[in-house]
Design a protein around this ligand. Structure first.
Ligand SMILES: NC(=O)c1ccc[n+]([C@@H]2O[C@H](COP(=O)([O-])OP(=O)(O)OC[C@H]3O[C@@H](n4cnc5c(N)ncnc54)[C@H](OP(=O)(O)O)[C@@H]3O)[C@@H](O)[C@H]2O)c1
Length: 270
């Protein structure tokens, strides 16, 4: 997405919502595309439109990212195809059933999609991009990952994982030529609500963003060099203050003895 970089982009979850809008915006910017999701017919329809409108090459890969063999196809593509310079790690689902009433198999499936697939794709992209000295990985998280008060326990935990993965990978890959971005949407008008069983009509309109606006802001954040983009947040200083508070903990997070308030008689090293 960066200026002058017109490498190909691989977009997961491109058949609807945020991923479909990313595909459209990237095509308009002149990126060739590889689009992945389970619904091949929707992907093919989008691909045909983008080829006609933007004149870019668009390939469709039908993949269920909870299936190891399907995931492996995308992983080898990211690792080995030098044309691909951008991963939009977007495919995901939500699950809002209270934790104690949850179906453990559905929780596992959610973690498989939102955590395992995201991790394996990021790892494959990182391997390929680092070897080639360029590329960008955009991971779609959620503000729910910052908000345990919402009680979307496992969905939120998967999205907290995505934020940490991105921040830590950014530290690891510093100087490699590979860029990272975590995008943390708030409530956005897509199919994810109905798919999760929580109808979109239950979401107050004053907190619901249009998906086109969301993706435009996310891309603007990328172009501005942000590591973490929260499209709704009016004042970036609020995020920076949270980060500064976290970093202030740093020197005291691992010490040779417990804090005095625990009243532990400190043992001398043997
Ligand atoms: N909408 C929001 O309010 C919101 C807020 C914060 C974060 N997000 C995040 O944004 C991302 C995109 O979601 P969205 O809102 O655009 O929802 P969406 O319209 O439901 O899109 C989800 C995409 O993921 C794909 N997908 C789902 N399960 C898959 C699987 N097993 N294998 C491969 N692809 C799969 C879907 O395609 P197929 O069904 O064709 O496979 C679809 O293209 C997700 O990571 C979500 O957590 C959304």
């Amino acid at each position: 997405m960066s200026q002058g970089n017109k490498g190909a982009a691989l977009v997961t979850g491109a058949s609807s919502g945020i991923g479909a809008v990313y595909a459209e915006r990237l095509a308009r910017r002149g990126h060739d595309l590889v689009l992945a999701a389970r619904d091949a017919a929707r992907l093919e329809a989008l691909a045909a439109r983008l080829r006609a409108e933007a004149g870019v090459t668009v390939e469709v890969i039908r993949a269920d990212l909870t299936v190891r063999d399907d995931l492996a196809v995308l992983e080898s593509r990211l690792r080995d195809d030098p044309a691909i310079e951008l991963l939009i790690n977007n495919a995901g689902a939500a699950y809002f059933t209270p934790f104690a009433a949850s179906d453990p198999d559905q929780l596992e499936n959610l973690i498989q999609l939102n955590v395992v697939a995201v991790t394996r794709l990021a790892a494959a992209a990182a391997a390929g991009f680092v070897a080639r000295g360029r590329g960008a990985i955009v991971n779609i998280g959620s503000i729910v990952g910052l908000s345990p008060e919402f009680k979307s326990t496992v969905y939120g935990a998967t999205k907290a994982f995505v934020l940490y993965l991105t921040q830590s990978l950014n530290e690891e890959l510093a100087g490699s030529g590979v860029r990272l971005q975590a995008v943390l949407p708030g409530a956005t008008r897509t199919e994810i609500w109905d798919r999760s069983g929580r109808g979109i009509e239950t979401v107050p309109s004053e907190i619901l963003m249009d998906v086109n606006d969301l993706v435009d802001a996310a891309i603007a954040g990328f172009d501005q060099g942000e590591l973490v983009t929260i499209p709704s947040l009016p004042d970036a200083a609020d995020w920076q203050a949270l980060e500064a508070a976290r970093l202030r903990l740093g020197p005291n997070l691992s010490r040779s003895h417990p804090a005095a308030r625990y009243g532990v008689a400190v043992r001398e090293p043997a």
